[in-house]
Ligand binder design. Sequence first.
Ligand code: NDP
Length: 475
Amino acid sequence: MAAHQEKKTSEERKHKSTQNDTQTSQVQWGRAWEVDWFSLASILFLLMFAPLIVYYFVMSCDQYQCSLIDPLIDLFTGNKHLSDIWNKTPTLTYRAAGIYALWVTFQVFLYVFVPDFCHKFLPGYVGGVQEGAVTPAGVVNKYEINGLQAWIITHVFWFANAYYFHCFSPTIIFDNWIPLLWCANILGYAVSTFAMIKGYFFPTNAKDCKFTGNFFYDYMMGIEFNPRIGKWFDFKLFFNGRPGIVAWTLINLSYAAKQQELYGQVTNSMILVNVLQGIYVLDFFWNEAWYLKTIDICHDHFGWYLGWGDCVWLPYLYTLQGLYLVYHPVQLRTANAIGILMLGLIGYYIFRMTNHQKDLFRRTNGNCKIWGKKPEYIECSYMSVDGTKYYSKLMTSGFWGWARHFNYTGDLMGSLAYCLTCGFEHILPYFYIVYMTILLTHRCIRDEHRCFSKYGKDWKRYTAAVPYRLIPGIF
Ligand code: NDP
């Protein structure tokens, strides 16, 4: 398998030539080397407030039936003091610490010690040893893709132990939700701090490190590009996918079990959330090899943003709809439920097809059919730090001809569908669509900035050919 992969070097690398060939003026691409005041202010804001935001949301469900306004009213009217709220907050428990330690250890075990076997019998699934994209230093990392297998094994364990052997209750996650938050924070901070120290003293690839000279920026956005322990334990692939995204569906199942326990039934809104988010999670693991080519893995360095974000932000805030539905069991009218399901499925279809079109286009170097026709594209070039020139292509047909990030548009439609399952009584479940809109719009701008510094004038030709970012004719 490995030998086969060695031969299968990416199409881009086949077109290597020397620096002298370059006709373009672009500089080396990657994360910003200089930190402007706006980035610094945003980073300080997030470092200070992101953990508080997570706490506030979870606490407001625990103590205020998911009202985001009532805690503020209580505090401003003097009805309650911060200490009253804090004193009512469940603390870290040995039980939660044990559950969390077991959980992370189990995921590490599945990631490192169980080579993928799914690709051997699942037609169309790409797993096992796969190559990532070329890093700015010209390195091509290898990854063991076994996330789908980890997800399946974890869920089989979950159902067997919760419903057959009765080792624990299926509500275990909901019942320990706030104590587990403290554990997730400890891991998130520990891994981000370790990554920072590692970047300074024993980086995996020194040429792919970036030091801006600003401590907070480096801590938040990361120094090392692909920190690893040993040959295979890749921080980005593990933390992005395993503790958070494998947990996502389990967390939702635990919420559904809690609804059943409290009200004797699971509402159609809870089923919709479980199904739509379940499709998204399964899609992620089915396409984990494709994920190696996304911005998270290809361009972002590993710091607090990814380390803490994957341990805390993702599992706690991406699952807010299910949490809300435990406190407010919404039973949707059938027509509304069908409408939301359709919105979610169409959003998912656009998201998947757009990503698939780019993946197919890049894998075949443009020798494929998009909507039954040969794809149209713009030829472009860029350079790595060692001065090697690479060639690439930017597609201008299919969904990529409609807008430069139509995959984000599909993602946003799906995100809106999750929120709509919760009705309109509270704003808390709508946090997700607000957050995703900010995240993906910012990501669009960030990515385009990076692509411009990577491709230079070729990128300008591309934006002239595809002028809109998310919604054709509007933005
Ligand atoms: P994309 O998959 O859109 O990748 C952007 C990269 O693709 C660019 O940097 C460029 O890279 C290349 N590219 C851009 N335009 C073209 C083109 N026309 N033809 C070929 N290649 C092109 O972005 P992401 O990695 O951010 O997103 C992947 C998916 O993940 C999206 O569907 C997004 O919605 C989802 N996502 C979900 C998040 C969540 O929290 N739920 C968070 C972030 C993303 P190159 O340098 O190779 O040219």
